[in-house]
Each structure stands twice: as structure tokens, then as C-alpha cells.
Design a protein around this ligand. Sequence first.
Ligand SMILES: Cc1cc2nc3c(=O)[nH]c(=O)nc-3n(C[C@H](O)[C@H](O)[C@H](O)COP(=O)(O)O)c2cc1C
Length: 209
Amino acid sequence: MRLIEDLKWRYAVKKFDASKKVEEEKVQEILKAGNLTASSFGMQAFRFVLVRDKTILTKLSEYSWGEQLKGASHMILLTAKTKVDSDFIKNYVNYTAKIRNTEQEKLELFEKVVSGHLKTLEEENRKDEWAARQTYIVLGTLLAACANARVDSCPMEGIEKAMFDEILDLPSKNLTTISALPIGYRAEDDKYQHLPKVRRPLEDMVIEY
Ligand SMILES: Cc1cc2nc3c(=O)[nH]c(=O)nc-3n(C[C@H](O)[C@H](O)[C@H](O)COP(=O)(O)O)c2cc1C
């Protein structure tokens, strides 16, 4: 399985080679893979924010732990929708109808089911958490896609999310920062690339019945 080789190759990069740029074609392929990720109801209540501007990356690096953002070629920021309301649901249902040519009756039922589920999440104060969780599935796909394209990356929650929101003007787009994925090429002197992977053996991880 090529995926196993890819996942063994990747590691969470601590230092990128600032002189190396990821080819735009590869960036687009990685994003395409992320966009094919499964999501709850298929609603994609998240957006990718792609930052390639060095000045912005340097500014953002002041609000993140570690050196990654300084040397990264690009950063893919995983953001969640903050306004998953009836308009958002209707827009999604209509978009699905256009692509699948679905009968109106079936769509109305679908809209009702989705709206009901989201209403429950809202009542239980879990809607934001629901939207954030979707982005972690996407993050997993992006990590695998980067590895497959032999592009280095580092998943990061060690960022000041409120500052990222402000600098990138995300509230005006009804988005909020969840995690960052700087991408690029590992620096030769990033010693983490030589460390063996720490993973428990499968027999400790899998409970079988
Ligand atoms: C959700 C998430 C958040 C993470 N945040 C950070 C981070 O802020 N900074 C960092 O250097 N590594 C971060 N990591 C990387 C992990 O430390 C790393 O994946 C783990 O130690 C396993 O090592 P490996 O990815 O090199 O195999 C994060 C990983 C995940 C999945």
C-alpha cells in the first residue's frame, strides 16, 4: 500500500527550508484532495484559507509557536463556518439539486432532516464544535495528500487563533481559525526528520471482538 510508505515518509516539520517553494500545481492538487474529504451531510461547513504572501506569513508567525511559519512556502489554514444558518443549508440543498438533478420533494425532506439536526446541535451548544470537527478530517486528508506529493507539512494547533482571525479578517467572512498547515520542504538541519516514529504497536491499539 503506497499510503503506508507516504505516512512513514512524513513527519511534523519543525523547520522548513525558506528558499524552497512548493510548485503551484502541487498546492492545487493537495487542496483538491482536501476538498474531496467526507463531511457531515456533505455540507462542507469549512473553508481553506491559502496564504502564500511572505509578509502575512511572517506576521502570523509572531502568533504561533515554533519556526514553521517563517520558513513555510505556503500555509493552508483550516477554518470553520461560524454561520451555518437556514440560508447556508438552503444554498447547499439547491447546489446539490443542481448537480444531482434531484426531485424537489426529496430535497425538501433532506433540508428538513439537516435543519432539524443542526437545530439540536445549536440547542445543545454543539454547533461550533460540530463545524470544527469537520476540519480535522480535512486536516488528515491534507496531511496524507502532502505526503503523497512528497511535500512537507506540520499540522498546528499551537497558534493564537484570535490573532489569525483578526489578521486575515475572517469574522467578515463568517469564518474562524481551527488549525494551520504550513507546507514547504524540510530544512536539511531539521533534526526531527531523523527521529524514529513513535507509534504504539497495533496490538496495543486495536481492540478486537
Ligand atoms: C491537531 C494537531 C495539532 C498539532 N499541533 C502542533 C503544533 O502546534 N506544533 C507542532 O510542532 N506540532 C504539532 N502537531 C504535530 C504532532 O506533535 C505530531 O504529529 C506528533 O508528535 C507525531 O509526530 P509525526 O507527525 O512527526 O509522526 C500537531 C498535530 C496534530 C494532529
